[in-house]
Design a protein around this ligand. Sequence first.
Ligand SMILES: [Zn+2]
Length: 182
Amino acid sequence: MFDTITLDPAIRCPECGALETSHQTKEFECLMSYYRIGSVVPSPCHSGIIRDRFWCSACHDAGREAEHLLYLVIWHSVLAAVELDADEAERKLRETDRLDLIGWLADSQRESRHWQGKFRKLMSSLNAWQRHLHDKANPEPDGARSRFWSRFSSLPDEILNAPDPLDAIIKFHSKESPEDEL
Ligand SMILES: [Zn+2]
């Protein structure tokens, strides 16, 4: 098992120039967790540089040596940088400061709002679907109150008329719309 670090920006293989957008590491808890620059990482290293191995899938596919040295920069338990160059890793460790931390905090809060919004919309659709089923099963008199609420939040016709409305709800909420952009 391993954990995955999302590389943004991607890291360019020093051998073939291919871009890798993620890095699998065994340096943390190996629980198939995802991390990125700015994540608090479960590492015994509080502040320092961990030497790891960069794996280039393009080099591997072409039968070349696929492993290169890679450096994980940990700053106060936060993953501050992932670098192929040791000097650059040293510089990042020296120069990371509280302004970087505020940037990561802002990113993290934006991502949190994004997922909270998606969760609320999904729950709203599921509640509307449950009310719809309830109304169908209880036309009167209990349905009257439910129909009152359904005026405020009802499912679009393309979902209600779909062959499998629950599947349509899942598909609707799985797609990223422009307002979902982080
Ligand atoms: Zn390569």
